[in-house]
Design a protein around this ligand. Structure first.
Ligand code: SF4
Length: 387
């Protein structure tokens, strides 16, 4: 590990708090991270405080490297970076430029990820860096995901410091989220390993566009994963995300095989991925290949970034999706981003007796009727990570 940046600003706690309040980062910064700044915390625009040799890459001829982290398989000449803009070839060795250099920190309820079957009501210390391996036209966090680490205000938070911040703030989970965590793989892995030692559950919020070997390795240190299954057609992936459907489905199947707890989100974009036949095909595939107990969250689209020409998802469409998923036999189906908090589609029902086992109002948990992983009324096992 090498310290970059001779002109690094050393911030006092007061200035750090001020920077946080000013919203210097793309996401609103947490009082969590701020108040953890006991002593000195460094933060600066383009603060690449560390560079670390990457994992999952191969050396080629003439100082070329090939990245093996995600299905893009970027072939990167000396001095250049991969598609995600955060992995750089320096003299034939591949480095990550985001290890220990997060740009966004916040405490969220774990329901916001959304992970509805993981420790209801837990606080999740959420962390992101610059960069992404997709270019979704509807990205909500494009101002961090579509830029390089030189263009964000970054914090000097190596894994041990980050885990300490989370522990000090009483967070039971650390969430890798907002941008695509695949591209800060090494940081995520090291944080997750340390977090497990401190009894904090590391969770990843991902687009699932990762190769099999790194994903398998990561399963050893993660506690739960949320995957955005953005659509069930390659056409959507090609035109709106720059990614591919097949590798995402393979990741989901791998997670199932590894015994990892995971939930799926499908953002319904009007006219783009809202055909009932496609939604039905997706639900059938989930039930057959992943099982009926995988939670499926349909989410309302809001016009964002390069897709401002479309309206928000009509309620009729999203309720129809809910009905399709239930008809196809999925046990846990949820609707997110509705205007009405506390709607019946936000609750978790026992698939046996039909009673509410986790009640919610928006991101707030209002009741938990689960005992030892089972419905408190009828004893039915409720799939999830409840402890
Ligand atoms: S992680 Fe980044 S550099 Fe590696 S293959 Fe994917 S986009 Fe390319």
């Amino acid at each position: 590990m090498e310290m970059d940046g001779a002109d690094v600003e050393v911030m006092s706690r007061r200035n750090f708090l001020r920077a946080c309040v000013a919203g210097a980062c793309a996401m609103p910064l947490a009082t969590a991270a701020c108040s953890a700044a006991q002593g000195k915390v460094r933060v600066e625009y383009g603060g690449i405080f560390y560079k670390k040799e990457a994992r999952h890459w191969q050396k080629g001829a003439n100082h070329m490297v090939t990245c093996a982290l995600c299905p893009r398989a970027c072939a990167v000449p000396d001095g250049e970076r991969g598609y995600c803009g955060v992995r750089e070839n320096r003299g034939g060795t591949y480095y990550t430029l985001v290890w220990g250099n997060p740009c966004s920190l916040q405490i969220d309820p774990i329901e916001k990820k959304p992970l509805f079957h993981v420790m209801p009501g837990a606080r999740a210390f959420s962390v992101a860096t610059a960069g992404c391996n997709m270019k979704c036209k509807f990205c909500q966090n494009w101002n961090i995901s579509q830029v390089r680490p030189e263009q964000t205000r970054n914090f000097d938070l190596p894994p041990a410091a980050l885990v300490k911040v989370a522990a000090d703030r009483g967070c039971k989970a650390i969430a890798f989220t907002y941008n695509e965590p695949t591209i800060f793989y090494e940081y995520m892995y090291d944080v997750a390993k340390l977090a497990q030692e401190k009894k904090i559950k590391p969770v990843m919020v991902s687009n699932g566009f990762m190769n099999k070997d790194p994903m398998t390795e990561l399963c050893k240190v993660l506690s739960a994963v949320k995957i955005d299954l953005k659509a069930f057609t390659q056409e959507f992936y090609k035109n709106l995300t720059g990614g591919r459907l097949r590798p995402v489905l393979e990741t989901l199947s791998l997670l199932k095989k590894q015994g990892m707890w995971f939930e799926i989100v499908n953002l319904i974009v009007p006219t783009m991925n809202d055909k009932p036949a496609d939604l039905r095909a997706m639900c059938k595939w989930i039930k057959k290949d992943l099982g009926p107990d995988v939670p499926l969250h349909f989410s309302v689209f809001y016009p964002r970034y390069k897709l401002r020409n479309l309206p928000r998802t009509p309620e009729k469409t999203i309720f129809a999706a809910y009905d399709i998923a239930r008809e196809e036999g999925l046990n846990y189906v949820y609707l997110g981003n509705l205007r009405r908090a506390g709607h019946k589609t936000e609750q978790t029902y026992c698939p046996n007796c039909g009673k509410i086992v986790v009640g919610r109002r928006g991101y707030r948990v209002t009741s938990v009727n689960i005992k030892d992983g089972k419905c408190a009324s009828c004893g039915q096992v409720i799939a999830g990570v409840w402890n």
